[in-house]
Design a protein around this ligand. Structure first.
Ligand code: NAP
Length: 141
């Protein structure tokens, strides 16, 4: 719920090809509204959804492209490789973590890089009975 409403607010969503393949075709955000950018080296890919752009451009070029389309903010929804690329480029202002009440012993990291960054808590929302959403400022200063 929280994730889809953030996508609806920004109208610009960035994801990696692995995440796209998990969500497509039925669970993609922004049904033909706004811009959905998918990072991949295979730019010949086609999507049933007309607003999907497959690109191998660098993070900064992707932001310029979205700006040229009139977007003032975008959400990066994952996965690790994609979040990593934008974090490394210093282009992430905020981090939103949704804490789900599930314990498991294995999983994927949020980032794949050596990082030690202090965050500033901006907001806490209770999404439902057991789930909270934490919003942090992520600027490096
Ligand atoms: N918990 C969550 O909220 C959440 C959210 C999203 C995803 N996930 C999970 O994260 C996992 C996927 O993460 P992931 O790191 O493996 O994959 P990913 O970031 O979704 O996609 C990786 C693919 O994106 C392309 N890519 C990434 N960076 C690129 C760059 N700089 N230039 C060009 N292409 C680039 C490459 O595709 P090519 O090989 O085609 O070049 C790469 O193989 C899944 O298990 C998914 O369920 C979890």
């Amino acid at each position: 719920m929280g994730f889809m409403s953030i996508c609806q607010r920004t109208k610009a969503v960035i994801m990696g090809k692995t995440t796209y393949n998990i969500l497509a075709p039925d669970h993609l955000p922004l049904k033909d509204d706004g811009s959905l950018v998918v990072l991949t080296h295979d730019t010949s890919m086609k999507s049933p959804q007309a607003n999907v752009l497959f690109t191998d451009k660098k993070p900064r070029e992707i932001l310029s492209l979205l700006k040229a389309r009139g977007h003032t903010e975008a959400v990066i929804i994952g996965g690790t490789a994609t979040v990593d690329a934008f974090m490394k480029a210093g282009l992430v202002d905020e981090l939103i973590l949704v804490v789900e009440p599930v314990l498991f012993g294995k999983g994927l990291p949020l980032l794949n890089q050596d990082l030690d960054r202090r965050l500033v808590l901006l907001d806490v929302k209770k999404v439902n009975q057991n789930t909270v959403q934490l919003q942090y400022s992520c600027s490096s200063s």
